[in-house]
Write a new protein. Structure first.
Length: 274
């Protein structure tokens, strides 16, 4: 009588595949306290500021002149999503930390030892972060829209999700915030230092548009609309100015930033030491 002895599984029996690396990075992301706190801050900013903006407009609407009231009405669809101006900073910081956070404690060495080809780590972090960011920001944006429009409805100013531009505002804002975070992931991999990567992202998204806007040159005014924030406005809102990018051009420009940062991160990960 013979018996078959099964050999216990060892690490050598497993192949490093992208789905497995994504699962690993997802576990890392959801077990970090910084992830929860940063997402809570982003959600609070989205909902809290959106409600505040809508309450302010509803409370002061009757005090405006008829001309001012007509000027305000086209902005009411996107008003509840105004919290994204600050929420984008929280998402950008979280994106940066997703990669750069592994360098100070040298956890990145263990990560690359487990995944020697390195690039699957970058793709997995982008995928895991992108899923978490979009789901959380979509829920936050939808909540801000529904609560904000309910407040505006007390003055007969609210619009429904079925109104023109409503879903564009909700989905567009969630996509924009997710994209800013993905840029943060790329910058975190490129610069490897959290303060430097956050400074670079803030400079690109917030400071550079202001600087270009105050310069007395026509070409700077044209360049501004190709920056991430203005490209995002083109697909977040249907009431943009006539000289702004079209919706799909804005989507293409915005995605190009994500691709450039991801490709730059990939090239550097292959060439330099951990």
């Amino acid at each position: 009588m013979s018996s078959t002895v099964e050999t216990p599984a060892t690490p050598a029996n497993y192949k490093v595949t992208l789905p497995r690396v994504v699962k690993s990075e997802w576990i890392k992301l959801r077990t970090l306290r910084s992830t929860y706190w940063t997402l809570i801050i982003a959600v609070a900013l989205m909902v809290g500021l959106g409600v505040l903006f809508c309450w302010g407009v509803a409370a002061t609407f009757d005090a405006n002149t008829p001309e001012q009231q007509e000027a305000i009405r086209p902005q009411l669809v996107g008003l509840p999503t105004g919290g994204m101006l600050l929420a984008q900073l929280a998402m950008g910081v979280l994106g940066v930390l997703t990669f750069s956070g592994e360098y100070p404690n040298q956890m990145i060495r263990a990560t690359f030892a487990a995944v020697p080809k390195r690039l699957p780590v970058l793709w997995a972090k982008l995928i895991a972060f992108g899923i978490a960011a979009f789901l959380s920001m979509f829920i936050a944006t939808l909540a801000a829209f529904l609560i904000g429009q309910a407040i505006l409805s007390t003055k007969d100013l609210g619009v429904s999700l079925g109104s023109p531009g409503s879903w564009q505002a909700v989905l567009g804002t969630a996509v924009y915030l997710t994209g800013i975070g993905l840029m943060g992931v790329g910058l975190g991999a490129i610069l490897r230092r959290t303060p430097a990567a956050i400074s670079a992202l803030v400079g690109l998204v917030l400071i550079l548009p202001i600087m270009l806007n105050i310069l007395p040159f026509d070409w700077t005014k044209q360049l501004i609309k190709y920056l991430p924030d203005q490209a995002g406005q083109s697909f977040m809102s249907s009431s943009t100015s006539s000289d702004a990018l079209s919706m799909w051009t804005g989507v293409a420009v915005f995605c190009a930033y994500i691709v450039v940062f991801a490709v730059g991160a990939a090239l550097l990960l292959k060439r330099r030491d951990a």
